[in-house]
Write a protein that binds this ligand. Structure first.
Ligand code: GDP
Length: 305
């Protein structure tokens, strides 16, 4: 976690440095405030949150009068933390529950998102976290459209010590998801993680398919978590995708991947605002250990240096 924090800090602190530099100018004129706005927008903070932040900063800087670098840093930290939010429930819920027939059902997690965002990788990494925690995990390869996707998930499963349930190529994703949870129940596993397909080209197709996967899985028991995986490097496009998915299923948590590859960490703020759903996990690399719980304080510290 320490190593991941360092990586987050490396990728993110240019935003904070830029802002602190601007806020430290002797004369905070209109042009400077505009530059501050531009800096936030460039970091994908989003229009509305940027305006709110700048308004509050203007007010508080006025009250401060003189500004020491320490004061400015503390102020920026506080205001960014307010925007990111410290109250949300960021736990990934994988607790067992009781099914319709009174049987114990593993924690069920659906992982959704557009292809290429890092869904399969995230599923594998999450399995690793759970296994390291002493839990037994079954993976479901419900992306039946790409044989490579199922292979990739299975490779992750073998690597982390989780069994992978897969179906025939082109088969029914919902049926694979159903089988995976059934397998998890039969094995007495603690959690079932279902990796779904993310073809966005036909929205109705996606809607039907994801809705069906969820309904069918729920025959076994409640879905504890629907994680939407978003690629942090895709900025506003990611927001558009997020909206489409949110129309299809109730998202319970967000995973922002590839934060190691972008300085635009402001997307955390924008996407939470857009969906009203907390970021729960962040991806900070391609390796098995490069998934971290999202911690608002650590994130904002990484931003302001
Ligand atoms: P999927 O199509 O959504 O299942 O995406 P994949 O899991 O196959 O990931 C797509 C690519 O992104 C792969 O090359 C991954 O190794 C890479 N990737 C996933 N998460 C991260 C991350 O947090 N950081 C970086 N740098 N790469 C990632």
């Amino acid at each position: 976690l320490v190593r991941l924090r360092a990586r987050l800090a490396r990728s993110q602190n240019s935003l904070g440095k830029g802002l602190l530099g601007l806020l430290s100018r002797e004369h905070l004129d209109e042009d400077t405030w505009e530059e501050i706005e531009d800096t936030l927008l460039t970091a994908d903070v989003g229009v509305q949150p940027t305006q709110e932040l700048v308004e509050r900063l203007r007010e508080r800087v006025k009250v401060l009068g003189t500004r020491t670098p320490e004061e400015l840093r503390a102020l920026l930290r506080e205001e960014l933390l307010t925007l990111v939010g410290t109250e949300a429930d960021r736990t990934v819920h994988t607790d067992e529950s009781v099914g319709p027939e009174g049987a114990e059902v593993p924690g069920i997690v659906l992982v959704v998102g557009v292809n290429g965002t890092g869904k399969t990788t995230t599923t594998g990494k999450l399995a690793r976290v759970l296994v390291a925690d002493g839990k037994s995990v079954v993976l479901g390869a419900a992306d039946t459209f790409r044989a490579a996707a199922a292979d990739q998930l299975q490779t992750w499963g073998e690597r982390v010590g989780a069994r992978t349930v897969r179906g025939p190529e082109g088969g029914d994703p919902a049926s694979v998801a159903y089988d995976a949870v059934k397998e998890a129940i039969d094995e007495g596993a603690d959690a079932a993680l279902i990796d779904t397909a993310g073809r966005l080209h036909t929205k109705t197709g996606l809607m039907d398919e994801l809705g069906k996967v969820k309904r069918v899985v729920e025959k076994h028991g409640p879905v504890g978590e629907v994680l939407l995986v978003l690629d942090a490097t895709t900025g506003q496009n990611g927001l558009v995708q997020a909206r489409v998915f949110a129309e299809v299923v109730d998202i319970t948590g967000l995973v922002l991947t590839k934060l190691d590859g972008t300085a635009k960490g402001g997307i955390v703020i924008a996407v939470q605002r857009e969906l009203g759903v907390p970021v729960k996990l962040v991806g900070l690399g391609e390796g098995a250990d490069d998934l971290a719980p999202f911690e608002p304080e650590a994130f904002v510290d990484a931003l302001v240096g």
